[in-house]
Write a protein that binds this ligand. Sequence first.
Ligand code: SF4
Length: 303
Amino acid sequence: MEQKNLVDEIIRLKKERDAIILAHNYQVAEVQEVADVVGDSFALSKHAANTQHKVIVFCGVHFMAESAKILSPEKTVLLPALDAGCPMADMVTAERLREMKAKYPEAAVVCYVNSSAEVKAEADICCTSSNAVKVIKSVKNKQIIFAPDQNLGSYVAKKVPEKEIILWKGFCITHKRVRADEVKKIKELHPNAKLLVHPECEPEVQALADFLGSTSEIIKYAKEIPDKDIIIGTEEGVMHTLKKENPDKNFYLLSPGLVCTNMKKTRLQDVHDALLNMQHEISIDEEIRVKALKSLEEMLKIS
Ligand code: SF4
């Protein structure tokens, strides 16, 4: 089917199914274009929690669709590309987290949303990269286990020095690829450009940034600053919104390695097939869902 016909069919099926399409900022441009809402995981979780539609088509990776199902159990949540997972989320399991909790009985557990429902069920509260500092500050315990992203965790630890943060050793394979020497090279090429970096990058890359923030914070900041030349240190998909919203500015991707293959698995055809065949439906064990919901709700309460 041609792209235009595919888009028309998606719009028709969306109405027929009473569906909403949510797409992460890292999705391919054509999927972002067909979505009702494009955002980072925090913005999309909020939409998933509040939507009136019966069906949520989640164009992202597995843990994101799972979060939508945790928040909206009465809805049908579909993940168009079944094999779109997140390697970082897979770096922590509920069993290993329980072992860590047994080792640090005084510690609260703050869990990045990039994790499975089983892991969220073991946490006291969830966080995203936009609200991690606020979440950590809200926790009463001095000692906190932060899982799974050690780079986001060490960034937060610097911002909240009064807490003792125990870092899980997980990482994002996409953001970890960026090297400090690449930063130096691109800065030489564009000496007047501002460098905006995601806290999932390594600390030595973070140290060279003019601004550190989540994808939505990077999008907002890029729009607000008067600078015309901007280097982007997060996944390539964000360039679509940046260029669309700021046609008079020049954006440069910090590293060619900033492409998440899992985020790129969803294509228009998959969105179409998801709506046509109502595939691939997310389901979660109810006991796990209720516990994971508590961690997500704690986060939504303070955000
Ligand atoms: S960009 Fe990193 S954290 Fe996000 S889905 Fe890809 S691997 Fe996971």
